[in-house]
Design a protein around this ligand. Structure first.
Ligand SMILES: Nc1ncnc2c1ncn2[C@@H]1O[C@H](COP(=O)(O)OP(=O)(O)OP(=O)(O)O)[C@@H](O)[C@H]1O
Ligand SMILES: [Mg+2]
Length: 718
């Protein structure tokens, strides 16, 4: 594939790269960096894998190893990825900081600049991933740690919120002292001068309080938005990093579990901050009340104990209820996704009632649990409300005796009731908090179950990215089990596919061909034994490098919503000319020609606008555009007619470079002439493997024997 460099982003500049490395702790001379980039062929931002490989080489020359490069769009970066290289105005910058919507760019020559996030919207970016620093689940609640971690790095903002809360609380004290003074000093003598002076001071304080509250709300919104962005990106990354073979089959459920993050996030980012910040002040106010009116504080103490006890009881009750409600919600979401995806089949076979019934069951359970949970929560909140009303009356009644005994003035009593409402407020919201915390905790647990799935790449083992890696594939004692299936679906003691070999994989349906190809591609890991690429255990290799060398076309081609162009060139690195010529070669050009928007024609979700055969051709085109060194094709022509099949195979063979290896699993004879070697699988094992003619001969002999046997013994044939 020829790449027209002019069309592809600007060069990755030495100054920016040098600054980036300096920030990462590698102090280098400018000349060294320039030299290394030159030696590596001056990689450009949008040069795709070739550019990343070149940049990786350059880093290797500079002695910077154990980093993994990833190309992305600047708007996909979060603070965790910083510092990163971005392209802006056709030159390279180090993206150093994100300040809200502003981005701090450093060109490496001492003139940093701040630009708007929008200015970088579609910009190319490259970041250095330190595998050891990568996201790693450990301990119990990973999701909770993610959230609290994200909050913790915003400690400064949180302190500001707490400060605002302290100040607004101080105002409450001031207002209650204002009341005390007015009732006790001003009213007895109608001292208007004092009244006006006091009112003036309090007026200023109120205005100040107004501003503070607005600031506090703004700060909280900002924290909430940033935390949301960061955490949801982290969870999404973790989800995409899950090993394919460890991924549960329940798509809708998984999606709903991830969405649980939203519940938890809104809980963490809003109510909790206010209430927790106000809690200490409830104590402070209680202390002020004790100072003014002594024993009256005990009334509030009793109230607090009662309310907290009610909240804890409610929380214990809620734990099971919200867990069951969530689980039913996940189930229902799974059902929704499945019935929308399978609508055609469901309608064609009249299975609608079955799904409707399951939907009704799940909905009824959600509603039932929801109702019970709400009852519990409402009871707790109402009890807290009632207790605080009772406390108010109790304080007034108690206060009358204290006023009579002379240990409290009327103004003091009024001040106490005003402060009392500030004690009651946090207690009441504390009750709501404890009950909501239960739900958030359950949601987090759901997110955890996603985060605890094994990642494709163990963040603790540094990945290897050897500059020169062969592409011979070897399986050694490899056994693979699907989840919950006790017998291995693939059991291959030894298999070697040398560089340049052309192999056809045959076998009846369910014999393990697809599974074997996935093992060879490195997407699945053998439970026992090893898979080697170029003599290195695939688990140790940088997945990106493996993907670059090994192309895998799944049996079912998945298209996504977007344009045809995006679907064919998923990575977004191929030039139009290459794209158009591949499309034409495959005979897909009708698809482009017949549509007014050509390559930019819209593809509906899951590619539902294309025929089965067209989808399959699109799959082949994808692989053609990638040009891997090992081509693993799983039934690439099953949906094509003979003419198109022949054409597709021809194009594939023409695309192979001399050393490329090629494994094609198929039920169709057309591919057999392409192979020099045939492997036959049965029940997960390789039963025949050898040179094409020998295997074909053995197959013919077997078939003849079988037909003779069934002729002489009809029972066997049945
Ligand atoms: N996700 C899965 N979970 C559990 N078992 C699976 C899963 N996928 C496949 N299997 C089982 O593994 C075995 C091998 O499946 P595989 O898809 O590799 O067969 P295949 O040879 O490719 O078949 P076909 O020719 O129909 O494509 C089958 O018995 C199948 O039932
Ligand atoms: Mg298959």
């Amino acid at each position: 594939m020829k790449i027209e460099t002019e069309a592809l982003g600007g060069p990755i500049g030495a100054a920016a790269l040098r600054r980036l490395l300096a920030l990462r702790g590698h102090k280098l001379q400018a000349a060294e960096v320039t030299g290394a980039l030159q030696k590596a062929g001056r990689p450009r931002f949008a040069g795709g894998h070739a550019a990343l490989a070149a940049l990786s080489d350059a880093l290797g020359h500079l002695g910077v190893t154990q980093v993994r490069l990833a190309a992305t769009r600047a708007d996909m970066l979060t603070e965790r990825h910083l510092p990163a290289l971005v392209e802006h105005e056709a030159r390279a910058w180090v993206l150093r900081e994100m300040r809200g919507a502003r981005r701090l760019l450093d060109p490496g020559d001492g003139n940093p600049r701040e630009v708007d996030r929008a200015a970088l919207a579609g910009a190319f970016a490259i970041w250095l991933d330190h595998p050891v620093e990568a996201f790693k689940p450990k301990g119990k609640s990973t999701a909770a740690r993610l959230l609290t971690g994200a909050l913790a790095i915003r400690a400064r903002l949180l302190v500001e919120v707490a400060l605002a809360t302290i100040l607004t609380s101080a105002l409450a004290v001031a207002i209650s002292f204002f009341a005390l003074q007015v009732y006790d000093r001003v009213i007895p003598s109608f001292a208007y001068a004092t009244l006006h002076a006091l009112a003036g001071v309090v007026g200023v304080l109120i205005a100040f309080d107004f501003v503070l509250r607005l600031v506090r709300a703004h700060l909280l919104d900002r924290i909430s938005r940033e935390v949301d962005e960061e955490v949801s990106v982290a969870v999404f990354r973790a989800l995409s990093g899950v090993r394919l073979d460890a991924r549960p089959g329940t798509v809708g459920t998984l999606a709903a579990q991830v969405a649980g993050l939203e519940v938890a996030r809104s809980f963490f980012a809003s109510s909790v901050l206010f209430t927790l910040a106000e809690m200490p002040f409830a104590l402070l106010f209680a202390a002020v009340i004790a100072f003014i009116a002594g024993p009256i504080a005990w009334v509030y103490a009793a109230l607090a104990i009662g309310a907290v006890a009610a909240a804890l009881l409610a929380a214990a009750r809620l734990r099971t209820l919200s867990r069951r409600q969530l689980e039913a919600g996940f189930r229902r979401n799974g059902l929704l996704v499945e019935s929308i995806q399978g609508a055609e089949t469901i309608k064609a076979f009249g299975a609608g009632w079955r799904f409707a019934e399951r939907w009704r069951e799940a909905t009824a359970e959600i509603a039932g649990m929801g109702l019970r949970a709400r009852t519990v929560m409402t009871s707790a909140a109402t009890l807290a409300q009632t207790l605080s009303n009772a406390a108010y009356v109790g304080v007034v009644v108690f206060g009358v005796y204290l006023v009579e005994s002379g240990s409290l003035t009327v103004g003091g009593l009024i001040a106490c009731t005003m402060l009392g409402s500030r004690v009651i407020g946090p207690i009441a919201s504390g009750v709501a908090l404890i009950t909501q915390a239960q739900q958030a905790a359950q949601s987090l647990r759901a997110v955890d179950s996603v985060l605890s799935l094994p990642p494709e790449r163990d963040p603790d083992t540094p990945v290897l990215a050897p500059a020169a890696l062969g592409h011979e594939l070897v399986l050694e004692g490899a056994r693979f089990f699907y989840a919950n299936v006790p017998v291995p679906q693939v059991d291959v003691p030894a298999l070697r596919i040398a560089q340049g070999e052309r192999v056809v994989l045959l076998g009846p349906p369910g014999s393990g061909k697809s599974t074997l190809l996935r093992l060879l591609s490195g997407l699945y890991r053998p439970a026992q034994g090893r898979a080697l690429l170029g003599g290195v255990d695939v688990t140790l290799l940088d997945p990106e490098l493996v993907r670059r060398l090994v192309g895998y076309l799944p049996q079912e081609v998945q298209l996504f919503r977007g344009t045809l162009r995006e679907n064919l060139d998923l990575e977004g690195t191929v030039s139009d000319d290459v794209l158009v010529s591949s499309v034409r070669e495959l005979g897909l050009d009708a698809l482009v020609r017949d549509h007014p928007r050509g390559l930019d024609r819209e593809i509906a979700e899951a590619g539902s606008g294309l025929s089965g055969g067209q989808r399959q051709m699109a799959g082949v085109a994808r692989l053609l555009l990638r040009r891997p060194r090992v081509w693993l094709l799983d039934e690439p022509t099953g949906a094509l007619d003979q003419a198109f099949e022949a054409r597709a195979l021809q194009v594939l063979v023409r695309a192979l470079s001399p050393g490329d290896s090629f494994v094609i699993a198929t039920h169709r004879p057309a591919a057999i002439p392409l192979a020099s070697r045939i492997i036959v699988m049965q029940q997960g094992r390789i039963v025949l493997d050898g040179e094409r003619e020998r295997v074909l001969h053995a197959l013919r002999v077997n078939a003849e024997r079988a037909s003779q046997r069934s002729d002489s013994n009809p029972a066997l044939a049945a």
